[in-house]
Ligand binder design. Structure first.
Ligand SMILES: [Zn+2]
Length: 69
């Protein structure tokens, strides 16, 4: 993280966002520049609960999505 500002949730301001939260935000929300949300805000936005989001992240990872390495 040296020299890089911690990413924070665009809605609730929680920081730092985890890698999985950033990756899911980019993958599930189609915003440019990306809207980065924490898991609970992402859940509100996508109508998924956190378990579903984590499951989705695992699936994307298995599919070889570069965001989830
Ligand atoms: Zn949030």
């Amino acid at each position: 993280m040296a020299g890089r500002r911690a990413k924070r949730c665009a809605w609730c301001g929680r920081e730092p966002l985890k890698k999985i939260e950033i990756a899911l935000s980019k993958k599930l929300l189609d915003f440019d520049p990306p809207l980065l949300l924490c898991l609970s805000c992402l859940g509100e936005e996508t109508k998924c609960d956190e378990e579903e989001l984590k499951y989705l992240a695992e699936r994307f990872k298995e599919e070889g999505c570069g965001l989830f390495k």
